[in-house]
Design a protein around this ligand. Structure first.
Ligand SMILES: NC(=O)c1ccc[n+]([C@@H]2O[C@H](COP(=O)([O-])OP(=O)(O)OC[C@H]3O[C@@H](n4cnc5c(N)ncnc54)[C@H](O)[C@@H]3O)[C@@H](O)[C@H]2O)c1
Length: 403
């Protein structure tokens, strides 16, 4: 199997490249990435040495380049991660989001359609070489937001068989902050320029499936966290700032709810959709890991204290870059900043369809995933330093400097 992974030098794309190279010894991986501020070759430096991997620096909107890739490689599966992905940036400058996220997706599909078509059926639809698939990595933000009608959260009770099967191996039942969840049937009501550009792409992909019978799947995942996450998103930003003893900017009252998905679980889900997903279908990936943003920040502080300060040996190992003192590593670092415009209140995925049809399970509970993530950041400061130079500092000052 030869994969074209776009955005493979970004957070989830790079984790996916690592996952499939590890899992399938006979696969080939072609990576196409523009290396924007969010893409970093250091993230995939080991993979780039692998003879199974080819790398192209370039834009998914560049039809000639994408053509060239399809001419040189027998691509079986396109996994489209490439995107402008940060909501705050989309509020500042929506244009590039529409271009990359919509036109880029169309360009990739047009080239793949051309190369994969092998005839026409008797109704005039194109037919495609067996085994080809275009997978669009979409987001739960296409659904808009949900009511947070249980403000303090309650423990979810598995009251019906479907829910029981989804939650079957949870040791601790998850908390939920509302009575409604996103399913694949929920209507699409994006609320930010980012989410709208992703929704347009999501709908375009499914339009190609209807109009041309183009072989597609769409996955819609919740908020990912884990290794190699650029420190502009909540969890990675908070970890970086705690270690440096810097203020922790929390939007509004910090009571927004997000549904957290450990990135490796996401990669497993995408792999399952490629392997077993029914063509044309969308699949939710994630679910039942809801938490208030402010609780995430407090838990992260607690775990950093535990990992860094409770063990003297470990402390000396990290002494060069953990500049925060024991006393300063506290909730006093939290500073509330002006809320994001149009900030969504709650996201919560119901993954029942993906669980039942494909056997997916978001197996990493948040408490375990967050520990692994913080440990990873502690052990990989070289990576943080590499990505957090230059443009990042400028961006950080623009976003949070005056709030
Ligand atoms: N991170 C999340 O929590 C999350 C949640 C839901 C959905 N998603 C979706 O998953 C995908 C990956 O997200 P991520 O967090 O890894 O994003 P990211 O911002 O970390 O990485 C995006 C990658 O795409 C590359 N890229 C950007 N524009 C490009 C272009 N025009 N041509 C080629 N490459 C380009 C960047 O260089 C970068 O390597 C995105 O499509 C995003 O919408 C992410």
């Amino acid at each position: 199997m030869t994969y074209l992974v776009t955005g493979g030098a970004g957070f989830i794309g790079a984790n996916f490249v690592k996952y499939i190279l590890n899992k399938y010894s006979d696969c080939k991986v072609v990576i196409l990435d523009k290396l924007t501020y969010a893409g970093n070759l250091g993230t995939i430096k080991e993979e780039l040495k692998d003879s199974r991997v080819s790398f192209y620096k370039g834009d998914i909107c560049n039809q000639e380049l994408v053509e060239n890739i399809f001419m040189n490689h027998n691509i079986d599966t396109v996994v489209n991660f490439a995107a402008e992905s940060h909501v705050d940036r989309s509020i500042e400058d929506p244009g590039i989001f529409l271009k990359t996220n919509i036109i880029g997706t169309q360009t990739l599909m047009d080239v793949a359609k051309f190369h994969w078509t092998n005839g026409k059926d008797d109704q005039g639809y194109p037919t495609f070489i067996a085994g080809k698939k275009f997978l669009q990595v979409s987001t739960d933000e296409v659904y808009g937001d949900l009511e947070k009608d249980i403000p303090d959260g309650v423990t979810l009770e598995a009251t019906n068989d479907a829910l029981k099967s989804v939650l079957n191996n949870r040791e601790v039942m998850p908390k939920v902050f509302g009575t409604e969840f996103f399913t694949e049937e929920t209507s699409l009501k994006p609320r930010s320029p980012y989410a709208t550009s992703k929704t347009a792409a999501d709908m375009l992909v499914r339009a190609y499936a209807e109009t041309y019978h183009f072989p597609v799947n769409v996955t819609r995942c919740s908020n990912n966290y884990g290794a190699y996450h650029f420190p502009e998103k909540l969890i990675s930003l908070i970890i970086k700032n705690i270690l440096e003893g810097k203020k922790l900017p929390v939007y509004g009252d910090g009571k927004q709810v997000r549904d957290w998905l450990y990135v490796e679980d996401h990669c497993k889900g995408i792999d399952l959709v490629i392997e077993k997903g029914q063509l044309k279908e969308a699949y939710n990936i994630g679910g039942f890991n809801e938490e208030l943003n402010i609780n995430i920040v407090m838990q992260t502080i607690d775990i950093v204290r535990e990992l860094v300060f409770d063990n003297k040996e470990v402390r000396s190992q990290y002494k060069d870059f953990v500049t925060v003192s024991y006393n300063d590593c506290s909730y006093d670092l939290i500073t509330y900043v002006q809320d994001r415009l149009g900030h969504d209140a709650r996201y919560a995925i119901d993954p029942t369809k993906t669980v039942k049809e494909l056997g997916f399970y978001p197996e990493t509970p948040f408490t375990e995933g967050i520990k692994k993530t913080i440990k990873w950041y502690l052990d990989n400061q070289w990576w943080v330093n590499e990505v957090a130079s230059g443009d990042y500092q400028k961006y950080y000052n623009e976003m949070y400097g005056n709030r």
